[in-house]
Design a protein around this ligand. Sequence first.
Ligand SMILES: Cc1cc2nc3c(=O)[nH]c(=O)nc-3n(C[C@H](O)[C@H](O)[C@H](O)COP(=O)(O)O)c2cc1C
Ligand code: SF4
Ligand code: SF4
Length: 267
Amino acid sequence: MVFYFTATGNCLYAARELAATEGADAEPVSIPQEMAREGNLSYAADSIGIVYPICGHMMPTMVRQFIERATFDTPYLYFVCTYGNRHANAAELCVESAQAAGLEPAYVSTLLMVDNWLPNFDMDEQRARISEKRIDENLARIKADVAARKRWIELVTDEDRAAHQQFLTFGLKFDAENLDNFLTIDAEKCVGCGVCAKVCPAGCIALEDGKAQRNAQSGQGCNACLACMHACPAHAFSCLAGDKNPDARFRNEHVTLQDIQAANNTR
Ligand SMILES: Cc1cc2nc3c(=O)[nH]c(=O)nc-3n(C[C@H](O)[C@H](O)[C@H](O)COP(=O)(O)O)c2cc1C
Ligand code: SF4
Ligand code: SF4
């Protein structure tokens, strides 16, 4: 059983590949869809994997809420943390979040993929670097580790910890509860297609009078995942932290827009 949280498809792709090792029909399970369900979330399986994109080296808010709310009955709980540029002490932070939820991971690995953080990275440049990141080679190593039920937590160095401390000094408040603190939507550019509302895993966006705006009904905070900004065909979103190349957006090449909507649209 493999759970995932995704904005632009990297984690869905990795989760699909990991689920496929359990059987040809095995599909990964979307964390936003599970979180939208009422009642207890209990899972039992021979192995349970959780795949998420690191966010300032940390676990996205909804993933943390998921592991705190759910119960997992498994002899082998593993985490794969995708990232695009610098993982820092993500593996250690993952273990800390898991332990805070009463869980003991058997295996934690990071996985280098495309970096979808638009303020710092040009998606055209990122796409050009896909082959050098050896994504499938590294994913094959993780798949083999999981299939062998390898018990291993990725090593973290003092340098990694220092990188995270440095980030905390300069970093943004990524789990900003108020979307207005993070993104703005240009009503002039918005064509009212509704895609942003459908790819948002936290239900933060709604269409009103044919224009996208912050969903006043949403009790869920923005996860700063950027799914909306990447998927908007009109490039109507601006991130207050910046936008390295406003013409370039990203979606993992193995994943469709419909896949991301199916994963994240909970309304
Ligand atoms: C808000 C935010 C913060 C991020 N922080 C980091 C980071 O600290 N280090 C890093 O290497 N990548 C970082 N990334 C990049 C993502 O972790 C990476 O692109 C991930 O594979 C995206 O997965 P997805 O396509 O499933 O959403 C960040 C992305 C976002 C949107
Ligand atoms: S995806 Fe862009 S164009 Fe479509 S409704 Fe949202 S903001 Fe408007
Ligand atoms: S509003 Fe955008 S950045 Fe925030 S959680 Fe929704 S899709 Fe992600």
